[in-house]
Ligand binder design. Sequence first.
Ligand code: HEM
Length: 464
Amino acid sequence: MDRIHDWTVDVVNLWGSTIVERGAIFGYFTGLVTTDPRNIEYILKTNFSNFPKGDDFAETLDIFGDSLIMDSPSWNYHRRMTRRVLMSNISRNIIANTSKKVVQDSLIPFLHDAVENSLVIDLQDVFLRYTFDTSFSVLFGRSANYLSPSLLPNELAQGLDDAMEALFYRNIMPNSYWKFCRRLMIGNERKMDKAWKTIDRYLTMYIKAKREDMSEGTSETSSLFEGDMSNLIQNKNDEVLIQDDKLFRDSAMSFFIGGNDTTGTALTWFFWLVAKNLNVEAKILEELQLIVFSKKLSQKTPLVFDIDDLKDAVYLHAAICESLRLYPPIPHNRRTSLEKDVLPDGTIVDPGMMIVISMYAAGRMEHVWGKDCLEFKPERWISENGKLNHETMSKFFGFSIGPRICLGQEMAFAMMKLAASAMIFNFHVEVLVDQIITPKPSIVLKMKNGLMVTVKQRAFMCSA
Ligand code: HEM
């Protein structure tokens, strides 16, 4: 299990980028795995309507309820509503300001404390707390304070983490097996049951509190939930609205699971790669220093950038994309075929086939990314004119493509760039040697043992 993603790379390198299994090995399984960019584009975009997520998906990910990531009849409405909320200027500002505030008030003080006390810290835990605090505050307009020097546990975050692990096992087990475990309430299904109850208890409490704030008129439009709610109020009658705590609960689930762990995980792999490639760290630092000088930013440290300051940070953007290519937080995507079809590479798809798109392997194919495909080279994302290279971007599926493309891409980049720029500008991160870096069995590509690091304050001060 620890090698499942690298094993997929080995298998597709050996057998070709699309592998079909018609029940010969596992009697119950008829499906295919593909990493071919033409097939991926066809399945996720060109002939999207023939490749829904399937009934299995809804059953396996039942904890998400009727949320946006499902194939439910309300998906279209739900997606339009969420898109409108996320893409509005008000929301963009809420997201950018909230992330910056969490960096400034929690992340930087936490790292200072680690420097002063020469602590070894688990950077993955730090980033998962950072993204949790940001999403929580963006959604509910309140602070969760999960990232603080005391590193207190947070039941909701732990519940979400346990649910993800249980979901991973559901994904790789035959349905009959995990359903049997659920009936007996054993193993990971027991964990899932406990996690589900915890998640529901907390989300219900926060939604209720948010509604009270709103009905008392004590809150301004300071969280996305208000955006969501006001949209609903405009679009639906009161009777529907009363029942819609369930809709908000399901929305919050896609936000937390879709947004937190993915972004926290992406930051962790990014810092691990940067720590192993000091030339990349030096180039990011140089780019940030140029921004400081050209924008005449205050040279007092610690310096925390605004999202607008980072618009021209092309190398930082490229380095994040390169890290997402090698370590896509959602390492595989699943679909089911409705009707018989033929993929662009000639593979015949039978109705009802399970289709697994390995994003992890797709980012490591030599025929797509070249001989240096396993190297961390942000330069491949930059074209000769110094801008982002569109051809490279078109080969990257880490945020998916087509009608179900990730709705949180901009938010994810905002959270990642704000944290990465402030950290790299003010601190140097050193990864402890002799630790085993390997992915955890989960539907998100977390590091199994975390990432243990020490942090040093940068010795230089900016000078003009
Ligand atoms: C680095 C961070 C992220 C990565 C790599 C990522 C990746 C993805 C991918 C691959 C999908 C498609 C899943 C599928 O087809 O089954 C997706 C969908 C989605 N993502 Fe993200 N995501 C990230 C961050 C976020 C954030 C911060 C949010 C918060 C708003 C978010 C919200 C969503 C939603 C709501 C969907 C479902 C869209 C739909 O099915 O219509 N994501 N994401």
